[in-house]
Design a protein around this ligand. Structure first.
Ligand SMILES: [Fe+2]
Ligand SMILES: [Fe+2]
Length: 163
């Protein structure tokens, strides 16, 4: 099977886009249009990626007993990632607090995608056929497009925001 048909190569392509967006955001400062637009793109991209990844890949891996545990772990992290994005969206970008929260988020997100690539995907690959992997790629492409067109920034209510 060529790499161009494989779900795991496709997910890794997205992860590399995420790493670039994180790098760019770390170089921004204050409440600037550049930081706002990069943060909006990152939010939509990460939410759409996680949702499509769950629909195309994790739903199947959840059903297979040997991979249920790793799948639960990753899906729980998706939930934490979304909460952290909502918390960032509710934090004033002009403050130093935003950048410290963002740095913590950056660290956690990179850990999540490194773990998927280095531990989960190779383990999952042992339980899938080439046909599964091709089919998952096509499901991912379709779902990612749809999820991305609907994704939006959803700030946590101010009173719920963490200090
Ligand atoms: Fe993920
Ligand atoms: Fe991922």
């Amino acid at each position: 099977m060529s790499q161009s048909e494989d779900i795991f190569a496709r997910l890794k392509e997205d992860h590399d886009i995420h790493r670039t967006l994180l790098d760019k955001l770390l170089e921004t400062s204050g409440d600037t249009p550049e930081r706002q637009s990069l943060f909006e793109e990152l939010t939509k991209e990460l939410k759409a990626h996680a949702a499509a990844e769950e629909q195309a890949l994790y739903s199947t891996m959840m059903r297979k007993p040997p991979t249920t545990h790793d799948t639960r772990h990753s899906v729980a992290e998706h939930h934490e990632i979304e909460e952290a994005l909502n918390d960032l969206a509710a934090t004033d970008m002009a403050t130093g607090g935003w950048l410290s929260k963002f740095k913590e988020f950056d660290h956690r997100y990179r850990h999540h995608i490194d773990e998927e690539e280095e531990e989960h995907f190779p383990e999952f690959a042992d339980h899938l056929t080439d046909e599964d992997r091709e089919w998952m790629r096509s499901v991912f492409e379709r779902r990612k497009r749809e999820e991305k067109s609907e994704a939006e920034i959803t700030p946590e209510k101010k009173e719920d925001a963490k200090e």
